[in-house]
Design a binder for this molecule. Structure first.
Ligand code: DAH
Length: 334
């Protein structure tokens, strides 16, 4: 075939290709091993010198031209070369990593720790497994004491259990440290409780203990009122309701005026205008004796509150179990 005709038909057909498949067939037709142009190039060596130079030049140029056309057309038809595919714009801004979120309980605990630290309290870590001795006996719950029934306990053996409250750390801490002292001891507690919107078998308490020579209920009131004020960001009314715990005498439960209705009565406070916040009291002489302190020399107050209750009030969460599910739709809101 005449090279000029070959060029015309090749360019026309290639330009007219409608898809990559068609184009590939044309590429084979013109440039393939058995292609027309290849055929001509192969015959070059048998030609006379002058002819070879003339035809050879033209044929080679045509080959490049067709190759170029094919490449151009390929792009037009959407073909991505590996270079195109792997091309990376290194100047493009990076992707942001998805952000993690802190459980609202962690947020509140940090706030609680910060407030008490600013009031001179140290934050002390403690273990979740306890002995019956520290969880009960050292705190004046003898074996068979009816108050044990208030705390449905997970026993691991006869003597070892999952702590039902953080109070055992009062004795543990006093055994190792001399008074005066001011500590809070936050941690996870366990009770064999059916779970519902306000109870779970795992929950956190924050235990507090202050011991010095002349501690009275007035000191407790001052500390705890300051704590609530800083936690809720405003002055809250407080009252101490008489209560009973084996390890405090007298025992009381501080209530604060309902933060939802400011005391006028609502569903959250069951129309009483008050919210129960904690258990508390003056350290019982029995507990000082358990720890090796002289009850004649030292006085102290102690308190323990449920962390989840604070969290639920602060963020208006109505189901304690949400705090333990790890559901991102919930956690992302804080
Ligand atoms: N440990 C008690 C409970 O779990 C709460 C409590 C009451 C802690 C009085 C105290 C306290 O430190 O003084 O119900």
């Amino acid at each position: 075939m005449n090279l000029k005709n070959l060029r015309n038909s090749a360019l026309k057909e290639i330009l007219g290709a409608k898809n990559l498949e068609e184009l590939e067939k044309l590429q084979i037709k013109y440039l393939g091993r058995k292609g027309e142009l290849t055929e001509i190039l192969r015959k070059l060596k048998d030609m006379a010198e002058a002819q070879r130079q003339k035809i050879g030049k033209f044929a080679n140029q045509l080959k490049w031209e067709i190759e170029g056309m094919v490449e151009k057309k390929k792009k037009e038809l959407g073909f991505l070369s590996s270079v195109d595919k792997e091309w990376v714009d290194i100047s493009a801004p990076g992707h942001k990593l998805p952000k993690g979120y802190l459980n609202p309980r962690t947020l509140v605990l940090r706030k609680v720790e910060e407030i008490f630290q600013s009031l001179g309290f140290s934050v002390i870590d403690s273990t979740e497994m306890e002995t019956d001795y520290y969880n009960f006996q050292a705190l004046n719950f003898p074996k068979d004491h009816p108050a044990r029934d208030m705390q449905d306990t997970f026993y691991l053996t006869d003597e070892i259990l999952m702590r039902t409250h953080t109070s055992p750390n009062q004795v543990r801490f006093m055994e190792k440290h001399n008074p005066p002292l001011r500590v809070i001891m936050p941690g996870k507690c366990f009770r064999r409780d059916a779970s519902d919107a306000t109870h779970d078998s795992q929950f956190y308490q924050v235990e507090g203990l202050m011991v010095d020579k002349n501690i009275s209920v007035a000191n407790f009131k001052a500390v705890i009122a300051e704590f609530f004020k800083r936690l809720f960001g405003k002055e809250v009314k407080m009252r101490l309701r008489p209560s009973y715990f084996p390890f405090t005498e007298p025992s009381f439960e501080p209530d604060i005026s309902c933060t939802f209705c400011a005391g006028s009565g609502c569903k959250i406070c069951k129309d009483t205008g008050w919210l129960e916040m904690a258990g508390a009291g003056m350290v019982h002489p029995f507990v000082f004796k358990s720890a090796g302190y002289s009850p004649y020399e030292w006085r102290g107050f102690a308190f323990g509150f449920g962390l989840e209750r604070l969290v639920m009030m602060k963020y208006k969460i109505n189901d304690i179990r949400l705090l333990n599910f790890g559901d991102l739709r919930f956690l992302k809101q804080f």
